[in-house]
Design a protein around this ligand. Structure first.
Ligand SMILES: [Zn+2]
Ligand SMILES: [Zn+2]
Ligand SMILES: [Zn+2]
Length: 459
C-alpha cells in the first residue's frame, strides 16, 4: 500500500472496506474513475423500455451498488485538485493542439503547409521585481545599480543576488509600496478583453494587407488559434497562442498565396501594439489605458529544431492544467470577510488579493467582479481556448472515449445490446456528494497506484 496511517478510525474503515461483500464491485468502480482523487457520487437509475409495447427491458439502479451510489471521475482540468483527471485533460489538450499543427483527428496533413506561428503576448511592467538574469548561460545579479538610488520609501532599488530558480523572492517587487498593484489586478481583469481586441484587430490588419474588406477576407481566409493563459511569478497572466491561417472553410482549405508567415507575423506585431483597454477613473486617478507589454514574441513552429510541434503542444497542454496556485495564492474562492492572515500567504500574493477585494467594492468596477476572482488575482477568463476550426474538440475526444467504453461494456455483458431506435431510455440522476472518506482514500490509492495526499495521523 503506498500510504500508511496510525489513525485508528481510518484503519478500522480500511479493514471494513476490504472485507465487505461488495468489495470487488467497489474496486471496479474505483478503477473505472481512473484514479480520480475526488469522484462525484450519483444516485439514480436508467430504464430501457420497448417503444412499441412499453415493456421494461432492463433497469440499472445504483441501489444495488456499494453504498448505493455510482462514482464518476470529477473531470477537473486543475492538477492541484485531481492529478488523475487533470492528466486526462492534459493528454487530450496535447493531442488536439498537435492535430492543429501536423494533422490528425480529422485535420488533413496539408495543414503543415499553412502559415503557423507561436505567439506570446505578455503584460507590461508594474514595477521592478526580483528576477533571474543570465548572459550566455552565466547567472547575473538581479538588479545591479551602481548609484544605489533609493525610492520614496527609503528602499535601495538594486539587488545583487543571483537568484536560484526556487528562490521564493522571484517575482516579488523590490519595493512593494512602489509596486502598481492596482495596475496588475486591472490588467488581469481586462486581459480577456485585450485578447478579443487583438484577435479582431488581427483580422482587420490581414484584410488590409491583402487589399480586401473584412467581409471579403472571410471568403478567402480563416484565422484559427489555440491559446493558453499562464501566470508569471509576479502574478500577472500572459498568453501563448498558436495562430494559423487557413482558407475560407478551415484547415482543409489553403489560405490565399499572399497570406504568408511573414504577413501573419507583421499583422501580429501590428495588432499587439495597436490595441488597448480603458479602465474607469478611480481613487481620484484619471482613466488609464492598459496595453500588452512591448515584447511581442512570434516564432515559427518547425518539425525539427528549436520549437517543434511536440514542444508547443506539450507547453500549451501543461499550462492548460494550471491556474494561479503557482504564484502562491489560494486554490479556491475568497470571502471578503476572510482573515487573510490565517492563510500563511507571502506578502506579494496577499497584497494582490487585498487589492482585488478593495477594487471589487468600487461601483465603477463592479462588472469586473474582482472580489469573486480575488483568488485568481483578478483574471476571470478561460485558461485554454480554441477557435471553432482549430482542430477537433475536447468534447469529441471524450465522446469517442465514452463510445469505446460503452462498446466494452456491451461486449463484456454489462449493458444489454438493444436496437437503439426501438428502445426508450429514461434516466434519473441526483448528485449525492463527492470524494472519499479517509479510509476509502487509502484503499483507492492502493488500487489505482496513485500517491495519497497528506493524511492526518499519517506516519
Ligand atoms: Zn478527478
Ligand atoms: Zn533580487
Ligand atoms: Zn518604494
Amino acid at each position: 500500500m503506498p500510504a500508511r496511517t496510525t489513525n485508528p478510525h481510518a484503519l478500522a474503515g480500511v479493514i471494513a472496506r476490504l472485507n465487505a461483500e461488495d468489495y470487488d464491485r467497489w474496486a471496479a468502480q474505483v478503477r473505472s474513475t481512473g484514479g480520480c482523487r475526488q469522484p462525484i457520487h450519483l444516485r439514480g437509475k436508467v430504464d430501457h423500455y420497448d417503444r412499441a409495447t412499453g415493456r421494461l427491458l432492463h433497469r440499472y439502479t445504483t441501489r444495488t451498488e456499494p453504498d448505493g451510489i455510482l462514482r464518476l471521475p470529477c473531470k477537473t482540468r486543475r492538477a492541484s485538485r485531481c492529478s488523475a483527471c487533470a492528466e486526462v485533460y492534459r493528454a487530450d489538450t496535447y493531442h488536439l493542439i498537435r492535430a492543429g499543427l501536423i494533422g490528425g483527428k480529422g485535420v488533413p496533413e496539408t495543414v503543415t503547409a499553412h502559415p503557423i506561428l507561436f505567439v506570446t503576448l505578455t503584460a507590461p511592467t508594474f514595477g521592478a521585481v526580483h528576477t533571474r538574469r543570465d548572459k550566455h548561460g552565466k547567472a547575473l545579479p538581479c538588479h545591479a545599480r551602481r548609484n544605489g538610488r533609493t525610492c520614496p520609501h527609503g528602499r535601495v532599488l538594486s539587488c545583487m543576488t543571483k537568484h536560484s530558480p526556487e528562490d521564493p523572492h522571484l517575482g516579488e517587487p523590490l519595493c512593494p509600496d512602489c509596486y502598481d498593484y492596482t495596475g496588475s489586478v486591472l490588467f488581469n481583469a481586462l486581459a480577456p478583453l485585450l485578447w478579443k481586441r487583438f484577435a479582431d484587430s488581427l483580422r482587420r490588419r490581414l484584410a488590409k494587407l491583402g487589399g480586401l474588406t473584412l467581409k471579403e477576407l472571410r471568403e478567402h481566409l480563416t484565422v484559427s488559434f489555440a491559446k493558453v493563459a499562464e501566470y508569471q511569478r509576479r502574478g500577472v497572466v500572459h498568453f501563448h497562442a498558436v495562430i494559423r491561417l487557413d482558407g475560407a472553410s478551415g484547415p482543409a482549405t489553403s489560405p490565399p498565396a499572399w497570406a504568408t508567415t511573414d504577413v501573419l507575423s507583421q499583422a501580429v506585431q501590428h495588432s499587439a501594439h495597436a490595441v488597448s483597454a480603458e479602465t474607469p477613473a478611480i481613487d481620484n486617478q484619471p482613466a488609464r489605458l492598459l496595453k500588452w507589454g512591448t515584447q511581442v514574441d512570434t516564432r515559427p513552429i518547425t518539425l525539427e529544431g528549436d520549437l517543434t510541434e511536440q514542444a508547443v503542444a506539450g507547453y500549451i497542454a501543461k499550462y492548460a492544467t494550471k491556474a494561479a496556485e503557482c504564484v502562491g495564492t489560494l486554490d479556491r474562492r475568497i470571502n471578503p470577510l476572510d482573515n487573510l492572515d490565517a492563510y500563511n500567504l507571502r506578502d506579494h500574493p496577499k497584497r494582490l488579493i487585498t487589492e482585488c477585494l478593495r477594487l471589487g467594492s468600487i461601483d465603477d468596477l463592479a462588472e469586473l467582479r474582482l472580489a469573486n476572482w480575488a483568488h485568481m488575482l483578478g483574471f476571470r477568463g478561460h485558461f485554454s481556448t480554441r477557435s471553432r476550426r482549430y482542430s477537433t474538440t475536447l468534447g469529441e475526444l471524450r465522446a469517442a472515449r465514452e463510445h469505446h467504453a460503452r462498446d466494452h461494456e456491451i461486449t463484456t455483458g454489462r449493458l444489454p445490446l438493444f436496437e437503439e431506435d426501438t428502445v426508450l431510455v429514461v434516466s434519473e440522476w441526483t448528485y449525492a456528494g463527492k470524494g472519499y472518506s479517509l479510509a476509502d482514500q487509502l484503499v483507492a490509492a492502493a488500487i489505482s497506484g496513485t500517491p495519497v495526499p497528506d493524511l492526518p495521523g499519517g506516519a
